[in-house]
Design a protein around this ligand. Structure first.
Ligand code: FA5
Length: 351
């Protein structure tokens, strides 16, 4: 029996040393030390021994079990190390490989134009203000010298939500809001970029478009201030050679009023389908603030005068980037948007 114990032990130690996985090792643990394991079975069979032999054999088997168990622990440590090294090798990262390129979107042409306009006017001392897109009839029309039933209301085809509320047709609504909000009735110099809405739809008209309103109210403001400001504005945005045409027009909230056209960028003034053969494209409306508007919004027209303008920002973007259909600005076609790369944003963080 003694030889049997020794031979089981030696076999066990040999097999444990040769085990090449933790699973393998565990199988050996069960095979030799488990409830039905080879060494445990010998302990069970000791009933047939004499009372003197039993403690001797018991001690021998327990010693063998301990040796086998120690051997298992040793091999387990070795195998764990081997497996960890294998894992580390498999997960090895080559930090010298080039990184995956992150694809970045480009800034929408309209946002570029809006930011450029804001920067220009802020540099000239203007404040940038905003107003609600869902506007009341009072601010969109009445406070701009357009009482209910005024024939000039037909100039703009509006989206009414209720009889009192509409989607604003013009950023001019914020003219009245700004004058009313200025309780001390001090001079005003603001621009208002924002969305506007009308029931129109063709290559140069969209049902949703953007305008930037300009309003200056102060003492001794004249037409020369308006003209000078618009010249600086347009030349900065469209280039020093840009030609402007001031065409007398009518807006109920300005007197005199002008529409300002710019040479058609598609045909260079020769006449084409885009400019309806006129050689010009209308870009903005403007004028000297009507005394009624000043009065209605709390300014004394004998003391104050002002100028105002409303520019179509979509048209401005079309001019600047040579876009011949306004609808492209709202379709989110990546092939179109991708063309506006980020080369003028050199100061931005590069990835
Ligand atoms: C106005 O909206 C006036 N509020 C402008 C104004 C402001 C006049 C201050 C006097 C003083 P008008 O309807 O002409 O004016 O529109 C101004 C500009 O908005 C147009 O010249 C054009 O560039 C742009 N615009 C008008 N309708 C559309 C449209 N449906 N789609 C795209 N742009 C448009």
């Amino acid at each position: 029996m003694k030889e049997k114990v020794n031979s089981i032990k030696e076999n066990a130690i040999k097999e444990i040393k040769a085990a090449d996985t933790l699973q393998n090792l565990n199988d050996l643990r069960v095979m030799y030390l488990g409830k039905k394991g080879k060494l445990t079975e010998i302990l069970r069979g000791m009933g047939s021994l004499s009372p003197e032999e039993r403690p001797v054999m018991g001690a021998l088997v327990n010693e063998a079990k301990e040796e086998v168990s120690n051997e298992i622990v040793k091999r387990e440590e070795e195998l764990k190390k081997i497996e960890l090294n294998k894992k580390l090798e498999a997960e090895d990262i080559d930090i010298t490989l080039p990184s995956k390129k992150t694809r970045r979107g480009s800034k929408h042409p309209l946002n570029r134009v809006i930011e450029e306009v804001e920067d220009l006017f802020v540099s000239m001392g203007y404040d940038v203000v905003s107003g609600p897109e869902l506007e009341t009839d009072e601010y969109c029309f009445e406070r701009l010298n357009l009482p209910k039933g005024h024939p000039a209301r037909d100039m703009q085809d509006s989206f009414y939500i209720t009889t009192e509320y509409l989607l604003r047709t013009q950023t001019s609504a914020v003219q009245a809001r700004t004058m009313m909000a200025n309780k001390e009735k001090t001079p005003i110099r603001v621009i208002v970029p924002g969305k506007t809405f009308r029931r129109e739809d063709d290559a140069t008209h969209s049902h949703q478009f953007n305008q930037v309103e300009g309003l200056v109210v102060d003492k001794n403001i004249s037409l020369a201030d308006l003209k000078g400001t618009l010249e600086v504005f347009m030349k900065k945005m469209l280039g020093q050679n840009t030609e402007l045409r001031f065409r007398p027009s009518y807006f109920p909230f300005t007197e005199p009023s002008y529409e300002v056209d710019v040479t058609c960028f598609k045909c260079g003034g020769k006449g084409c389908n885009l400019c309806k053969q006129t050689g010009w494209i209308e870009l903005l409306g403007s004028g000297i603030v009507h005394p009624n508007v000043l009065r209605m919004n709390g300014y004394d027209p004998d003391e104050y005068s002002g100028f105002a303008f409303g520019v179509g920002l979509d048209r401005l973007a079309m001019f600047k980037y040579g876009i011949t259909d306004i609808r492209l600005l709202y379709q989110n076609d990546v092939r179109f948007l991708k063309q506006f790369d980020r080369k003028d944003e050199e100061n931005e963080i590069k990835y």
